[in-house]
Design a protein around this ligand. Structure first.
Ligand code: ADP
Ligand code: ASP
Ligand code: MG
Length: 486
């Protein structure tokens, strides 16, 4: 299939009938020029609603379950009525109800058992994407773009790590091509559910929160697409989270490796992996302003430019360990601890150690904290019981900030300037880690100071949008030293 374009529309890009109309329009316009396949997320907030319903089902709160189900129905019925002509609404509403009834059966089962088995959660949570897929594909069809809805369970094959599955690329490639290429050859536009897949033996799985980006890249790689466009609600990848830093600016280009750190919130962190080998170009674009160029994600940049963005994470926790006896070697303690948490499938975001007291700390996502602690407590059960190791300390009042960019080590004094900028705004630095890859300088700070620290580092590195140079009478403009990058 030559010149295939895969597009992915995030939750806000399909968040209402109006947004679906715009997104479907963007896909239909491109499809006039070349083959297009699209991957869609659930309507915004729907995944949260589904997960909330399941938590309440497990706890036996039938009232909340019922009111959530009503909301789910109303939201999709309303979109259906706005999107489709009256004569077609009945059939589409019936499809939506079938999917919602399936969800209802699963949550009723959870309520009865008082349990939320991960496998059932994955089957149920994919309902959000199935519903938006029905709406977008039916809308396209009704408006003259022949389209077909596809449940990614039929095309994305994964391992059986429920809630955070990884794709198995070979079988995915075989299945995706077998199912999707004939549609594309017939001139149909496939609309595929993001976020979900199934294990080789057919059990439903999901790819982790925000996983629709990953779905799109898996499918782009499997279909040997010419390009992947990821549509979201901001103008591209920016020099910082625009919700924290109002003068954050859109980056024209972002290197894939930098993105793994900076993009975590805009793009699912594993998104690029399937595309790197095939060198498939990726764009991050704004479906609310499609005329803007967006950010092009490139394999590597011609000239390393030093700090280019400030990434931040709020919901993290710092875990500290320290030997309590001379018999316990600090390096062994660190090796065993990291091994235990890696086996629990927890991603360590930062590690920092002190050779003098042989203590060390590492940062994990808050939602993975419980799993980390369980893994550590079981791996170090004897040492903790016999007081060879001090009790494990946890600090939840922390946030992570990372200056990201290639070639930062080549900028003397940059680390010092970053630390000074943070202390100038009176935020406590708790831990520091500089990767040997030159890509990040990571700083753990008190959580309530995170926003201030991000703003300070962003300004110190000269990353904000520059104010326009004021024009003075007689055509003179005031000479102002430009704030260079760094
Ligand atoms: P989607 O539903 O389209 O996948 P997400 O909510 O997952 O969208 O990601 C887009 C959001 O990420 C933006 O609205 C923005 O607030 C946030 N964000 C955080 N950091 C950045 C950044 N560096 N650049 C752009 N957006 C960012
Ligand atoms: N709907 C899923 C989520 O909210 C996947 C996605 O939007 O990427 O996590
Ligand atoms: Mg997302």
């Amino acid at each position: 299939m030559k010149n295939l374009l895969v597009m992915k529309f995030g939750g806000t890009s399909v968040g209402s009938a109006g947004r679906m109309r715009v997104s479907a329009g963007l896909a239909a316009a491109e499809q006039k020029k070349r083959p297009v396949a699209i991957v869609v997320s659930a309507m915004s907030k729907v995944t949260d609603l589904l997960l909330d319903t399941m938590r309440h089902a497990e706890a036996g709160n039938r009232n909340v379950m019922e009111s959530n189900l009503t909301l789910l129905r109303q939201r999709h019925e309303e979109a259906c009525r706005e999107l489709l002509p009256p004569a077609e609404q009945g059939a589409v509403l019936a499809q939506l109800h079938d999917v919602i009834d399936e969800f209802e059966r699963i949550v009723n089962g959870m309520a009865m058992l008082g349990e939320r088995p991960p496998r059932s959660v994955d089957e149920a949570v994919a309902v959000g994407e199935r519903l938006s897929t029905v709406l977008v594909s039916e809308f396209l069809r009704a408006n003259g773009t022949p389209s077909v809805g596809v449940n990614a369970r039929e095309v994305v094959v994964t391992d059986a790590v429920f809630g955070n599955a990884s794709p198995l690329m070979e079988p995915t490639r075989a299945k995706a091509r077998k199912k999707l290429l004939p549609y594309l050859e017939q001139g149909l536009l496939p609309v595929i559910t993001g976020f979900n897949g199934a294990s080789a033996d057919g059990r439903p799985t999901t790819l982790g929160r925000g996983g629709s980006d990953f779905s799109a890249s898996i499918l782009a790689a499997a279909l040997d697409a010419a390009e992947l466009w990821i549509w979201t609600d901001v103008d591209g990848i920016m020099s910082a989270d625009p919700r924290l830093v109002p003068d954050a600016q859109v980056l024209e280009e972002m290197e894939a490796a930098e993105l793994a750190y900076n993009g975590a919130k805009v793009l699912h962190p594993r998104t690029l992996a399937p595309l790197v080998e095939k060198k498939i170009p990726v764009w991050s674009k704004n479906s609310f302003a499609p005329e803007k160029p967006g950010t092009r994600i490139v394999p590597s940049m011609a000239v390393p430019q030093g700090a280019r963005a400030v990434a931040s994470m709020r919901n993290v926790a710092l875990v500290s360990l320290e030997p309590a006896s001379a018999e316990m070697n600090g390096v062994h303690l660190m090796a065993r601890s990291l091994d235990a948490i890696a086996r629990a499938d927890v991603e360590v975001l930062v590690v920092s150690s002190s050779s003098y007291r042989q203590n060390f700390c590492f940062l994990v996502r808050e939602e993975e904290l419980e799993r980390s602690l369980q893994a550590l407590e079981s791996a170090l059960a004897l040492e903790l019981a016999h007081h060879y190791v001090h009790p494990i300390q946890v600090d939840r009042n922390v946030g992570l900030l990372a200056a990201v960019g290639e070639g930062m080590q080549g900028k003397p004094g940059l680390a010092g300037r970053i630390f000074t900028a943070i202390s100038r705004v009176q935020v406590n630095i708790i831990a520091i880690a500089q990767g040997s890859s030159e890509l990040t300088i990571a700083v753990v700070v008190r959580r309530d100071g995170l926003e201030k620290a991000v703003k300070a580092v962003h300004a110190e590195c000269g990353l904000g949008i520059r104010p326009p140079v004021p024009v003075f009478p007689f055509g003179q403009s005031e000479g102002r030293a430009p704030r260079g990058k760094q």
